[in-house]
Ligand binder design. Structure first.
Ligand code: MG
Length: 280
């Protein structure tokens, strides 16, 4: 039974297990696409891999046909100065040193999973490697703050604190994380910055997609003429990481992480929920 907490959809344990099935498809597809993100490959090639993984699992894409103009692919491929929502194409060929976020979502039995990674094509520069690592670390620090009894902006504050601790990066403000479940984008909006102790109380059964986006320069962005692509105005490069996490009474379950979040949560002394089982 689905209960309501304000306007936030709460999931039963069985429903969270269904979200895990979607999360596993996302994890598998992202790993395959990250491995294929080599110089000479196009972002269209990566999208084809994403489509193949979704099809093989009998899943559906969360992204294909989404909103208006209908999104035409199963991934957002956001390279270098593109922050999010880049559209894959055959003419968008990867070069050594590019930094690209791959954002990917899948639906299984009506339940969504959504995650993103930023990968370096070939060898990243030292500066770019630090940028993406700062973003990835802030994602996990934000996830670790998502605990029953805390409040929504405790996550936002943890993400921001982590980013500030890593260096002088711009935090993109117009976009953020979101509730997720029977739709990809649901209440609440999850900011990547802000004071702690505000917003809804976090309760068992919530599922959130947390997704920090940071840049080397100014975080001011613009949407391009295609109606989707979001890029920095000053051309500075960006990183973007995302996971879908379920909040439970006895801990967390990072539904789009292959290991359920075990390694990164253990490093932060946070329990993985028993719902994940011993082998999942
Ligand atoms: Mg998302």
């Amino acid at each position: 039974m689905r209960r309501k907490h304000s306007s936030i959809e709460l999931k039963s344990p069985d429903q969270i297990k269904k979200m895990r099935a979607a999360g596993r498809v996302v994890a598998e597809g992202l790993a395959a696409m990250a491995a294929a993100a080599k110089p000479g490959a196009s972002t269209w090639d990566l999208d084809q891999i994403g489509r193949e993984v979704i099809a093989r699992h009998g899943a559906e894409s969360s992204f294909l046909g989404y909103a208006y103009p209908p999104f035409p692919a199963v991934i957002c491929s956001s390279k270098n100065q593109t922050v999010v929502h880049g559209i894959p194409s055959k003419s968008d060929v990867l070069s050594e040193g590019d930094l690209m976020s791959i954002d990917y979502g899948a639906i299984v039995d009506g339940w969504h999973g959504d995650a993103a990674v930023t990968v370096a094509v070939g060898e990243a520069s030292e500066e770019h490697a630090r940028l993406t690592e700062a973003c990835r670390t802030s994602l996990w620090d934000g996830i670790a703050a998502a605990r029953v009894g805390r409040r929504l902006t405790d996550i936002s504050h943890a993400v921001e604190t982590s980013i500030r601790g890593s260096g002088s990066y711009g935090i993109v403000e117009n976009y953020g994380g979101h509730g997720i479940g029977t739709s990809m984008h649901m209440e609440p909006h999850v900011l990547n910055y802000g004071k702690p102790g505000r917003g809804p109380h976090l309760v068992a059964g919530m599922a959130l997609a947390i997704e920090p986006m940071i840049v080397l320069g100014s975080p001011t962005t613009e949407e391009l003429e295609d109606g989707w692509t979001v890029a920095t105005v000053d051309g500075s490069w960006a990183a973007h990481w995302e996971h879908t996490v379920a909040i439970l009474d006895d801990g967390l379950w990072v539904l789009t992480a292959e290991d359920g979040g075990r390694a990164e949560l253990a490093a932060r002394n946070v329990e993985v929920s028993q719902l994940a089982g011993s082998s999942d």
